[in-house]
Design a protein around this ligand. Structure first.
Ligand SMILES: [Zn+2]
Length: 429
């Protein structure tokens, strides 16, 4: 048996640990129908303490940083060599599922525990990170834990970000969970120096239907989508009687419909060329104070999110969107205000690691495919900081951010073994 095969077998031998951690998390953090591990809450603390405890029990090193992120490390031969970091977040949305985030932390823990059982000392430190506060639902800020660790979260956020349910500041919640926001605000050397990280790997449940629909246990990410968003696009026409002749109308509802159907055609055309994107009009409404069955709509508001893993395509899509919106406004003689624009950069995956993960899955005989990540992940924060980054997806039924999220332990172990195999063959060398 080769070294790598011997090591991945030891990792497979730790399946029970994975099951036990998922069961404990579900038992202790279920609230109502779903799981609720709010960012910087007692439930999130429970998850961090559990990972730390199991890490210690497996004979691994455990530490925390000023943002109260948890690190579990299998020490390498050269402790000064840039470490491999892996992991994901331990918080969840309200009424969420048990695996979104936690799967990535448990995968790292199980891999390191298996390596320890096998008596392997890697060339460099291998560390799994339990990340705090990834879900932007709680503080309306994304990647709080990973960006704090990397020292790239704006210092004012600790005071200005308030948790949506308590109204209290991020700093206050952080202190309650053993963090030190003053230290983070002062800046100085961050806990993680992006230039001194060998790689960042994140295993995560897939949040789309692709792997389930195609009967594949795992996927390797081609990229994490960047996006541009307009939270409030407004078409302003003129309210009028329903009998008003077409040529005199200024109908905001038809203009909005023209924009949406134009974007839908653009989506179909783009997919036909083999490129990936998605677009969503999440909010769409006439003004309830003024609309009526017998009135031409004088005002329509809508939101738009367009995303892709290809930065050049995203730029082209934005130009096309603006032209389509302009055409719709002109055609129906209405005013157009695109309102505020926000954007997020594409999370680029490291080609070398991607290729190595694909080869690992193939060698292990595990059915897989390359897929674009449908959602945002901590990995995007590491990629943005310049760390070579890759992601492994695990099949999951019923999407995520809901209580019906469902992952099979056997699929999880397949993903974990791909991660372990990469660590044994590449990351730990
Ligand atoms: Zn997640």
């Amino acid at each position: 048996m080769s070294d790598a095969a011997h090591l991945t077998k030891a990792v497979r031998g730790r399946e029970k640990l994975a099951g036990a951690v998922f069961d404990a998390l579900a038992a202790k953090t279920r609230r109502g129908a779903g799981i609720c591990r709010a960012s910087y809450s007692p439930e999130e603390n429970y998850a961090h303490d559990l990972i730390a405890e199991e890490g210690k029990r497996a004979g691994l090193e455990v530490s925390r940083d000023a943002a109260a992120n948890t690190y579990v490390t299998l020490p390498g031969k050269d402790r000064k060599a840039p470490p491999v970091l892996m992991g994901s977040h331990l918080d969840s949305v309200a009424e969420g599922g048990n695996y979104d985030g936690a799967a990535g932390v448990v995968a790292g823990l199980v891999a390191l525990a298996g390596f320890k059982d096998a008596g392997w000392t890697p060339a460099r430190d291998l560390t799994v990170m339990g990340v705090r506060a990834e879900e932007s639902a709680w503080f309306q800020v994304s990647y709080i834990g990973s960006r704090s660790a990397l020292g790239v979260l704006a210092p004012d956020v600790y005071e200005t970000a308030k948790r949506t349910d308590t109204g209290r500041s991020l700093a206050e919640h952080m202190v309650e969970c053993g963090g030190d926001p003053d230290k983070l605000r002062r800046g100085g050397a961050p806990h993680l120096d992006a230039k001194r990280l060998h790689a960042f790997l994140e295993l995560h449940i897939e949040q789309g239907p692709v792997l389930h629909a195609e009967g594949l246990p795992i996927g390797i990410a081609t990229g994490i989508p960047g996006n541009f968003r307009h939270p409030q696009i407004v078409f302003t026409g003129e309210y009028g009687h329903v009998g008003y002749a077409r040529e005199y109308r200024r109908d905001a509802a038809l203009a909005a419909a023209a924009l949406i159907s134009g974007l839908d055609r653009l989506w179909e055309e783009t997919l036909a060329t083999g490129q990936n994107m998605t677009l969503t009009v999440g909010r769409l409404f006439t003004d309830p104070a003024n609309h009526a069955l017998t009135k031409v709509a004088g005002r329509v508001e809508l939101s738009l999110d367009m995303r892709s893993t290809d930065p050049a395509l995203l730029k082209m899509l934005e130009a096309r969107f603006q032209a389509i919106a302009q055409d719709a406004a002109e055609r129906y003689r209405v005013g157009l205000d695109l309102g505020r624009r926000t954007s997020a950069a594409v999370g680029v995956m490291d080609d070398t690691i991607r290729g190595q993960l694909l080869r690992a899955a193939k060698t292990l005989g595990l059915p897989h495919k390359e897929i674009a990540s449908p959602a945002s992940h901590d990995a995007a924060a590491f990629s943005a900081a310049g760390v070579p980054t890759a992601m492994i997806f695990v099949r999951n039924d019923h999407g995520s951010h809901n209580p019906d999220e469902h992952m099979e332990l056997s699929d999880f172990m397949d993903g974990t073994v791909v991660l372990a195999s990469w660590l044994a063959e590449h990351g730990g060398k």
